[in-house]
Design a protein around this ligand. Sequence first.
Ligand code: 5GP
Ligand code: MN
Length: 350
Amino acid sequence: MYAKAFDIQKVAMCRQWMAEGQNILLVAHTNADGDACGSLLGLTLMLDQATGADCHVTPVLPNGCPKNFSWLPGAGRILSGETDRDLWRTLLDKADLVICLDLNAASRTDMLAGELRDRRCRKVLIDHHHNPATDEFDLIFSDPQISSTCELVVWLSEKLWGDRYMNRDVATCLYTGLNTDTGGFAFSCEQPSCFEAAAKLVRYDIQPSEINNRIVNTFSVNRMMFYGFALSERMRIYPDQKVALMVFSLEDQKRFGVGGEDMEGLVNYTLMMKEMMIGALLREEKGRTKVSLRSKRGIDVNRIAITLGGGGHTQAAGATCMMPLDETLRAVEKALGIDHVKPIELHCKQ
Ligand code: 5GP
Ligand code: MN
């Protein structure tokens, strides 16, 4: 699908469902990133205006709004499925329309997935990941070629309502996802429509450089020290295979007082080495290991993520392996065909 082209009948149906909705829930994926938060809030703020005063619109994130995006307009309204479990269930019971954003399957909402799947109400998906779970949604707007879900919301909202509900707050939210999912317009931005969407949003008096500042320059001292440690002590390089891995135990994370949010973007450092074509980051969690995969142009890591039970995009994918760190490392090495290769392990201290 060309980024701005939508099936007219699908758009009309979506408009009607939104207009008829009395209790609308919007849900994005666990460990929300800028695109998940931005598309969730951008659409929420537009729906507030598009629906009647008696309609309740609630944005939900499975494990709440991450601290680094709490500055987004409307972020204070986000319901955490994890901490507000009862309220989530009450709202889901009442919901006549659920809109899922920036995820391709209910499973990406972790502990909310079962309840979300079981609820028999109208369900719309707006997303840009590969392989949408077509049997879980009634109406799907999905385009893996598009830069971000936020871009999809820009064009879909234009088809739904023209520019009627676009304003500075909405544009700030949507620009945030465009920025983060393209690494500041560095990748996943091959289509002109990505820049056209950005240009459209900038016309609403947003501050792109300040938004970028809030996204990028957010490190605590601990996080900066952890990055130093990660690069000098926790990198495994497979030069012949052009692969670099970073592996972090719970103990490493405890030592620096860092967690998953602090590692957002760290995996990209692996690809800053000229020769490296694939980078991976493994992070131990309680009872499971989170895997992030990245690649340079021409290499598909989505396929590798699928073999590990995950998915994502061609050049940025991930998986959650229900295995300890060492077993996951072996599985990742096997999936990458480097299980018989001895890596160079970087250690600055001699
Ligand atoms: P990240 O490495 O930044 O966590 O995720 C990169 C991409 O992979 C994102 O688009 C994300 O949606 C996808 N992804 C990350 N973790 C998982 C996972 O556990 N399962 C699936 N299916 N996709 C994931
Ligand atoms: Mn996204």
